[in-house]
Design a protein around this ligand. Sequence first.
Ligand code: AMP
Length: 121
Amino acid sequence: MAYDSDNIFAKILRGEIPCKKVYEDDYALAFHDVRPQADIHVLVIPKGEYISNDDFSLSAPEDLIVGFWRAVATVGRELEIVESGYRLLANHGLNAHQTVDHFHVHLFGGHPLGPMLYKVR
Ligand code: AMP
């Protein structure tokens, strides 16, 4: 599967559609999820054309991988939820219900988040 540069997060990165920005640096952009599933629900995306963790972690240059994960941690600090705690989640592919094919990490927080996964069967 090839990266589709018309995906919605690519458009956000190019500034073609707006987002509620939380943080940005050379490696990553973080913004509020449009359909939040927790009081704090932020998405962090790398500045590069990667579909999911599968090709990001295996194909991206090391400085981008390090910069991206440092950005994720920085977002946690900027949101002041390091002490209270937060959860990171990244969906890859069909079974995980990935809906946007630009690698992204969900960051949830702001209150107790409950069990990690609901049992689906
Ligand atoms: P995933 O299911 O992991 O691919 O998650 C994609 C997420 O992107 C969902 O939580 C959506 O609510 C969110 N989303 C889709 N479009 C936008 C947008 N324009 N701005 C912010 N979040 C978005």
